[in-house]
Ligand binder design. Structure first.
Ligand code: ADP
Length: 255
């Protein structure tokens, strides 16, 4: 990936002399490839629900609309396809934000209240799956952060913990604030292998594609968690055991 450009400078160099500039384009080429792969993946992911939507629309127009049961069944599938498209588009917009945007979005959060609020958003889902979420961390703990990036980290970790938890189980969210903020989200769900743990933070990586698609996952949630943790100057890691559960730990600076 070395790009070598040769220049002849008139009058300065003799006929058999050459001046060259060497550019190392490894990094640029890698970024270009990531970009191309992402566009390719996005197109592929968008195609599936659109194809399904068109197929069902045609079948309805061809006469299925006269059968109320079929109509109901097809519309339900179409609604799911449309919701899937919506989630994908939301996640793609989310990933297009960068750290330099929205410089004025800093705020002080009272962590216990903030986490309670976030968990509250899933009360229906939690009730349906009979999952209890506990919060372990001091009250009156204020943390200055950029909500635009902090909130999606928590949202995606909670959504995954609920999604991949067994019915009738528990999720534990704990936090500790000192010179760093350490947040852990533990579930007792399906867990994952060591090999999968290495890849889950990649964009569009899913352990079980068919299952994830069925459950509505976009494969972008953990990429958002990782990229946003890094924008905030921190890191994220996972510890997991198949069939036992997973713990995600986010470590962010306290500044
Ligand atoms: P998705 O939208 O598919 O959940 P994510 O990027 O959030 O995409 O996660 C990538 C993959 O990592 C998921 O498809 C799932 O296989 C695995 N995963 C994420 N969180 C958990 C968890 N808490 N327990 C088990 N597997 C998980």
């Amino acid at each position: 990936n070395l790009d070598i450009r040769l220049r002849y400078i008139e009058n300065e160099l003799k006929g058999d002399q050459v001046m060259g500039t060497v550019y190392d384009l490894t990094h640029v080429r890698r970024l270009e490839k990531i970009q191309r792969d992402f566009v390719g993946n996005v197109s592929h992911e968008l195609k599936t629900p659109v194809t399904s939507l068109l197929g069902f629309t045609e079948t309805l127009l061809d006469g299925a609309k006269y059968d109320p049961d079929l109509t109901e069944e097809f519309l339900t599938i179409m609604e799911n396809d449309a919701k899937r498209l919506q989630r994908l588009i939301q996640d793609i917009i989310e990933l297009s934000k960068d750290g330099d945007d929205l410089a004025e979005d800093r705020q002080a959060l009272e962590l216990n209240y903030f986490f309670q609020q976030q968990i509250g958003l899933y009360q229906h889902l939690l009730k349906n799956k009979q999952i209890r979420v506990t919060i372990d961390g001091a009250k009156n703990c204020f943390y200055q952060t950029r909500l635009t990036f902090f909130q999606p980290i928590i949202k995606n970790l909670l959504e995954n913990a609920i999604q991949y938890s067994s019915k009738n189980s528990q999720i534990e969210l704990s936090y500790h604030l000192s010179d760093q903020l350490i947040i852990t989200v533990t579930d007792y769900g399906i867990g994952m292998s060591k090999d999968d743990q290495k890849r889950i933070f990649e964009r569009f990586y899913r352990v079980d594609k068919a299952r994830a698609r069925h459950s509505g996952g976009t494969g972008l949630g953990l990429a958002i968690v990782k990229e946003y943790s890094e924008i905030l100057g921190g890191t994220v890691k996972v510890e997991s055991h198949p069939k036992l559960g997973s713990t995600f730990t986010v470590i962010l600076p306290n500044n």
